[in-house]
Write a protein that binds this ligand. Structure first.
Ligand code: ADP
Ligand code: MG
Length: 380
């Protein structure tokens, strides 16, 4: 049974009767363009076939009542009067409601069952899926027009200002704007995006190392600061504006560490732009090579990989049919992503998982993915 069928069934059991609408928003994986977002640069994520689904029904009042089928928990709040309480999944939905209200959108109450199959906390952005599904639910019930870019910003603001997680805009943008069979080249400064078709005959495989990032905040802030230092050296606000030629001509004057950090960001932007081009031309081999180069740069220059990610990436690369593999997400744990020829996927996943052996905090896992549409209404 699909998660939407399950959500409808749970709705019948919990609320009684039928839901009026079914909405969905996907998780995502970033193919290339890592740690470029806060430097105003480029990313190339795709929306995956794992998502958050909500089966919802209009209410005549201002209440929002929710049942999380995954947590077997209920929560509710009143749209006229709500505040932050404590870390809990309902705060993502309140945060979305808060930011929609700030835009003077007239909100109406609803009740619904939510159910997701984006693994939580492994870097595939179950939180963005939740935010965009909630925004879509409000838009259906309250009947305001759906502007995907603005709704992505609403999701990001909810996460930044209400939930209190400092995330960039990539996750929400791809969860809102994804297109079936396509990745999305996003300019993180202008928020302009371009859909790029995935090459034929290959699959995007996500490998969860089962390791989770610890102490990531300080390392993340340190990287951001080093990037700012490098940008200031070149007299620009964001590293996005430093051309590779300028960088390599002057890089010697930077301290070694700052030089390495900046070199990653500047070359990663170039790789990401090229990746979109070769992808559109159907050149999967070159895309794989760029993914490999991205990983090596994240490992050696930006220094945000870990042993588990390096191991799973190297195991992936040694399998026949694997065109490229890299860590994906902020780093220090979480997932890798590999580009694998379709006919080799079965052997690839089996062999990599058999060879990958280490103590992990959660179960390692493999997801063979498809690129799907962004937040949408589903036919029941
Ligand atoms: P991720 O990398 O998956 O985005 P986060 O820590 O940012 O990890 O977000 C995970 C949080 O999002 C969970 O702790 C929970 O509050 C909320 N969430 C995600 N998926 C669900 C779900 N299926 N049901 C309820 N809450 C969810
Ligand atoms: Mg998240």
């Amino acid at each position: 049974m699909s998660i939407q069928e399950k959500a409808i069934q749970e709705f019948r059991e919990f609320f009684g009767g039928e839901p009026d609408e079914l909405v969905r928003a996907p998780g995502r994986v970033n193919l290339i363009g890592e740690h470029t977002d806060y430097n105003g640069g480029f990313v190339l994520p795709m929306a995956i076939n794992r998502s958050m689904v909500m089966a919802i029904r209009y209410r005549g009042d201002q209440k929002v009542k929710l049942m999380s089928a995954d947590f077997h928990q209920t929560a509710s709040f009143d749209l006229d009067d709500f505040s932050y309480q404590k870390p809990h999944w309902v705060e993502y939905i309140k945060g979305v409601a808060h930011n929609l209200k700030q835009r003077n959108l007239p909100l109406k109450g609803w009740e619904g069952v939510m159910m997701g199959d984006v693994p939580r906390g492994s870097g595939l952005s179950s939180s963005a899926a939740l935010e965009l599904a909630a925004a879509k639910a409000f838009s259906e019930v309250s009947n305001f027009p759906w502007d995907p870019v603005d709704m992505a910003v609403v999701g990001q603001e909810a996460e930044n200002n209400w939930v209190g997680v400092n995330c960039g805009i990539m996750d929400q943008m791809i969860s809102a704007c994804g297109q079936e069979g396509h990745a999305y080249l996003l300019d993180c400064r202008s928020l302009e995006g371009k859909h790029v078709p995935l090459p034929e005959g290959v699959k995007v495989v996500i490998l969860d190392t089962g390791t989770r990032r610890g102490l990531v905040d300080s390392a993340y802030n340190e990287r951001r600061q080093q990037c700012e230092e490098a940008a200031a050296f070149f007299g620009v606000e964001l590293l996005r504006d430093v051309e590779p030629e300028t960088f390599f001509a002057k890089a010697d004057a930077l301290s070694e560490l700052t030089r390495k950090r900046a070199r990653h960001v500047i070359t990663e932007d170039q790789r990401t732009l090229e990746a979109a081009e070769v992808m559109a031309a159907g050149n999967a081999e070159r895309l794989g090579i760029l993914m490999n180069e991205s990983h090596d740069s994240l490992r050696d220059d930006f220094e945000v990989s870990n042993d588990a990610l390096n191991e799973i990436v190297m195991l992936s690369r040694s399998e026949p049919g694997c065109l490229g593999a890299r860590m994906t997400g902020a780093g220090f744990g979480g997932c890798a992503v590999a580009l694998v020829r379709s006919e080799s996927v079965e052997a690839f996943t089996k062999n990599v998982m058999a060879k990958y052996q280490r103590e992990t905090v959660s179960e390692p896992a493999v997801y063979v993915t498809e690129a799907t549409q962004g937040a949408c209404r589903l036919e029941k």
